[in-house]
Design a protein around this ligand. Sequence first.
Ligand SMILES: NC(=O)c1ccc[n+]([C@@H]2O[C@H](COP(=O)([O-])OP(=O)(O)OC[C@H]3O[C@@H](n4cnc5c(N)ncnc54)[C@H](OP(=O)(O)O)[C@@H]3O)[C@@H](O)[C@H]2O)c1
Length: 313
Amino acid sequence: MTRAITYSAFGGPDVLTLTDVPASDPGPGQLAVRIEAAGVNPIDGKLRSGLRPSGEISEPRRTGSDAAGIVTSVGEGAEGFRVGDAVVLFGASGTYADEVVVDAANAQPRPPEVSAAEGAAIGIPVGTAYQSLRSLAVGPSDTLLIHAGSGAVGQAAIQLAVLWGARVVATASPRRFDRVRALGATPVAYGEGLAERVRDATPDGITVALDAAGTDEAIQTSLELVADRDRIATIVRGRDAGSFGIRAFSGGSPEGLSPRQQEWRREAVPVAIALMAAGRFSVELGPSFALADATQAHRALESGTDGKITLLP
Ligand SMILES: NC(=O)c1ccc[n+]([C@@H]2O[C@H](COP(=O)([O-])OP(=O)(O)OC[C@H]3O[C@@H](n4cnc5c(N)ncnc54)[C@H](OP(=O)(O)O)[C@@H]3O)[C@@H](O)[C@H]2O)c1
């Protein structure tokens, strides 16, 4: 047996339960991985609460998709991995656990420069930022506005856009300005008067905008400042993005990601790992919790933290 966090009903953080589940062997093309750190993402909370529909729960459901750990067993044909390898996991199923079995396609080697907690902070945030910027074709002639620039997705988007030659303005709370500045963006406070403050910070205008906040203010400000609606995207307001004529990448959108977009999300992980190993990209770590304290971790997720929350089995 092994331990995993499961839930049997949608609800608040209290539905998360530490459960004994059978340990399984990796099938063909799969790896068994001992989890060292699991990343806690906002989507985990939205799925748990039922805010993001995910079908009826017929048996205890595991949760979590990002992690880092050590390979403990290699299934037949899982090329390129050996027992003892340190890996980053992304797009996996049930990473809030001591162990998980994943397709080898959802694992990437983790070099010693990238800690387990940092590795667990890559998958969803960096994949989303990378794919969003690729889809919006952000490049050196752009000035990009990022809403929620101090969050996990926002910080990844700032760093990638700066690396790709764009100028970046990012919204954040004033207490987070130093972090946003250190990543290479001009920070601007969200709240009343946002469009005016962004205009003051960018006399030549904004050419492209990415919303990771999901507020009316973020949508309306982007509409006011960016002429081409094809260059405005949200990752939160997928449900009503169409009514504004802007793009949505998942985030409740009725349209799924295209194969190319899914490919970009996967491509982001080795790109980020290589950049982190070279000291050119960073993730901000927040509070960590024991696996048994997943309920507290989700309470922290819902009240908001600076940096990525991780579970350490
Ligand atoms: N579509 C997708 O595939 C996808 C993928 C990943 C994430 N998401 C969604 O994107 C959102 C951000 O995810 P994340 O992982 O970056 O979350 P996060 O790390 O928790 O960051 C949330 C950020 O929101 C900012 N914020 C809070 N209130 C705000 C407001 N009124 N206006 C502007 N910003 C505000 C906070 O900034 P301060 O702390 O500076 O106040 C914080 O940095 C979540 O809703 C998540 O579910 C979607």
